[in-house]
Design a protein around this ligand. Structure first.
Ligand code: ATR
Length: 280
């Protein structure tokens, strides 16, 4: 008897724009895994039943995207420390006993993307500036804290949101006024944009980089466009820049490994494949 294909997928709403099926599909082909990865638009009231169905039907697990990353944390049987601190789950793995295990790989994706492009980047080298205080910022702040950033300067248009995050996460996070975003760049080693500014259809991120040391690494988690205005300005003045697509690609690796048993690589071929899907 042949074994049934290993099954996984991504759940969210809306789900049409998810790139996860393209990247997991690429890896399934590349590593000749007898597996399937599909996307599912789920209504909030059906989330719990869907996850139970995932177990009953013998799936390996799912990725979770907006708007369910927080609610799935409440629905899994067990969550790791990372998911608990971030307050959100992006990867669910069905255990052998049928229990659902939730983790969050966004911070891993963020760090691996930086290391992939700038192997000698080191969070502990100096202060990091993080713009934005949404869900993505949360994962990145935890990752920067865990990597030994000596100081994290957090700025958000809505300051109260940044203050709440800083209070919850503690450690070396200090909140500054959004209006002071240019001045706060002095002596920074890392600058990360986690806001949606600069994304296709959004206003550009308006920030004067004059005070940012030229040795600093500049990362934008926005990947549409692949090179945002922030990255273009940073490159022009000599900073090393890293785009956001790699974070998406790397965050997918632990899930693929847990479900399909292979630690997949982020290659130029994968990048090209996903960029083609972005252009569709
Ligand atoms: P995600 O969970 O993906 O990070 P989000 O929670 O919607 O998304 O967060 C979007 C981020 O972009 C927030 O930090 C938001 O700032 P507010 O908390 O003040 O809303 C930021 N953002 C969006 N539009 C902005 C704008 N025009 N100017 C400044 N910041 C903006």
């Amino acid at each position: 008897m042949t074994k049934p294909a290993l099954k996984a997928g991504v759940i969210g709403q809306p789900i049409d724009h998810s790139l996860s099926p393209y990247l997991h599909g690429f890896w399934l082909d590349e590593y000749a895994v007898d597996g399937e990865y599909s996307s599912f638009s789920i209504e909030s009231k059906n989330l719990d039943a869907f996850l139970k169905g995932v177990v009953d039907q013998g799936w390996r697990g799912v990725n979770v995207t907006l708007p369910y990353k927080q609610s799935v944390l409440e629905l899994v049987d067990q969550a790791d420390d990372n998911a608990l601190r971030i307050g959100a789950v992006n990867t669910v793995v069905v255990q052998e006993d049928g229990r659902l295990f939730g983790t969050n790989t966004d911070g891993f994706g963020f760090l691996e993307n930086l290391k992939d492009h700038v192997p000698n980047w080191n969070a502990s080298a100096g202060p990091a500036v993080v713009l934005g205080a949404g869900g993505a910022a949360r994962a990145i702040l935890v990752a920067l804290q865990d990597s030994g950033a000596p100081e994290i300067r957090l700025l958000n248009r809505t300051k109260a949101r940044a203050e709440k995050l800083a209070q919850e996460l503690g450690g070396v996070i200090k909140v500054y006024e959004w209006e002071n975003r240019a001045k706060i760049l002095a002596e920074a080693e890392t600058l990360v944009n986690t806001t949606s500014l600069g994304m296709h259809g959004q206003a550009p991120l308006d920030i004067d980089l004059a005070d940012l040391p030229v040795r600093a690494l500049v990362n934008d988690i926005v990947y549409t466009p692949l090179e945002t205005n922030l990255l273009i300005s940073a490159k022009q003045r000599g900073n090393v820049i890293v785009g956001g697509l790699g974070m998406l690609l790397h965050q997918a690796r632990p899930g693929f490994f847990s479900w399909f048993g292979i630690n997949p690589k982020v290659t130029d071929a994968l990048r090209k494949h996903v960029i083609m899907a972005l252009k569709k």
